[in-house]
Design a protein around this ligand. Sequence first.
Ligand code: ZN
Length: 124
Amino acid sequence: MKSKLYKAKCSQCGKTFRRRNRSELLSALRKHLWSAHRAWMITRIKAGKHAAVADNPSIQDLIQALERGSARAAHVVVSRFTKSRYRQVKEVMDAISPLLPLKARIAWEAVEAGHDIYGKIKRG
Ligand SMILES: [Zn+2]
């Protein structure tokens, strides 16, 4: 009896890989991508990094806006977070907001209230 083989196709050249388990298959595919399509892999990784930076402002961006007392700037940062990222950020903010300067705290409360009322976040 032949055991089941896992199959994957290279998205760049269409070469098919067959291995007995998923992790072997993925490592074979990864190895092939790096040896046969190295330039493409590098381009893809760079593009991914740029996209991540553009789409996910850091909590530091948010805190900087809050420390300027700018609820408007903070709201712009918050509106770029995904829903799950916003939940993480909110947890951190709940923990650290008592430590922030009063104007930053007030700005955060304004942003939070605006966010909760109008639900400006579109992406999930
Ligand atoms: Zn290939």
